[in-house]
Design a protein. Structure first.
Length: 158
């Protein structure tokens, strides 16, 4: 790929925000996921609602929602867009907490970064909530799993 093909570089090769003024407004949605691997002790505490810091899943869910709305403040070349819906779901398995975030908008650019930010911050918040019990907890597999809308249409991770 040459510099001519890189959308976030101007004619002088400097990073810039892409101008989306001429793009059509369309309904767009993206889903991202992450997994937080934790100890069996943390799983038991989460299932029993006995984690010392309180309801870690609720705190992580709210953190993910808040993060999606502030993505443009965290990632330098992201556009500030109207977020019309955010869902963050956390589910406990035998060895992890699985996170899924879905973000929706009707705007000129997609919401993949917002979905990733929601899942990532929810995962980091969960680690903050459990680190007193499990210092080895870690995040893996932060990824976009699907997107809909915009010029490129629908995409699903296979």
């Amino acid at each position: 790929m040459t510099a001519d093909n890189l959308t976030h570089l101007n004619d002088e090769g400097h990073a810039h925000m892409v101008d989306v003024t001429e793009k059509l407004i369309s309904v767009r949605q993206a889903t991202a996921s992450a997994r937080v691997l934790v100890s069996a002790e943390v799983i038991a505490l989460l299932r029993d609602g006995q984690l010392p810091k309180g309801d870690a899943l609720a705190v992580a869910r709210v953190a993910g929602i808040m993060a999606a709305k502030r993505t443009h403040e965290l990632i330098p070349l992201c556009h500030p867009i109207a977020i019309h819906g955010v869902e963050v779901e956390l589910s406990i398995s035998d060895e992890s907490v699985d996170i899924s975030s879905t973000v929706r908008t009707a705007d000129r650019t997609g919401v993949e970064m917002e979905a990733l930010t929601a899942a990532g911050i929810a995962a980091l918040t969960l680690i903050d909530m459990v680190k007193g019990v499990d210092r080895s907890a870690f995040v893996q597999d932060l990824q976009v799993t699907s997107k809909e809308g915009g010029r490129s249409g629908t995409w699903n991770r296979t």
